[in-house]
Design a protein around this ligand. Structure first.
Ligand SMILES: [Zn+2]
Length: 113
C-alpha cells in the first residue's frame, strides 16, 4: 500500500539502519480483512479491497490508563531516585561523622585518664 517510500542517498557517514517501524492495521468490520492504514489519517472513509465494504476509519485514541500508567511510573522512578540519593547521603554523612566522633571520644578518653 505505502511501500513506494524511497531511501535517501547516503553521501558520507555510517550506513542507514531502520530503528523503528510502525504499521497500523484496521480490521474490516464486514469481512475482518486486515487493511494497512499506516498512511491514512483518522476519520477517513475507506473501502475494503476484499469485499468493497465502505467504512469509516476511527481516530486512534490511547486507552484511558495510558497517561495514568506513565504518571505512576514517573512517581515510582522519582521515589526510587529520592530513596537511593537519601541513603547515599546518609551513608556518606555517617561515614564522615563516625570518624570525627571516634577521634573526639579517643581524645576525651586520653584527657580523662
Ligand atoms: Zn472487507
Amino acid at each position: 500500500m505505502s511501500n513506494d517510500l524511497s531511501a535517501p542517498k547516503l553521501l558520507v557517514g555510517r550506513e542507514l539502519r531502520v530503528t523503528r517501524k510502525v504499521t497500523l492495521i484496521f480490521g474490516c468490520p464486514k469481512c475482518t480483512n486486515d487493511l494497512d492504514v499506516t498512511s491514512i489519517t483518522g476519520k477517513a472513509t475507506i473501502e475494503c479491497l476484499k469485499c468493497n465494504n465502505v467504512t469509516w476509519l476511527p481516530d486512534y485514541q490511547p486507552p484511558w490508563w495510558s497517561k495514568l500508567k506513565t504518571f505512576v511510573l514517573s512517581l515510582v522512578v522519582s521515589f526510587l531516585v529520592g530513596v537511593i540519593s537519601s541513603i547515599a547521603g546518609t551513608y556518606a554523612w555517617v561515614k564522615i561523622h563516625n570518624v570525627n566522633n571516634k577521634k573526639i571520644e579517643l581524645e576525651q578518653n586520653k584527657e580523662s585518664k
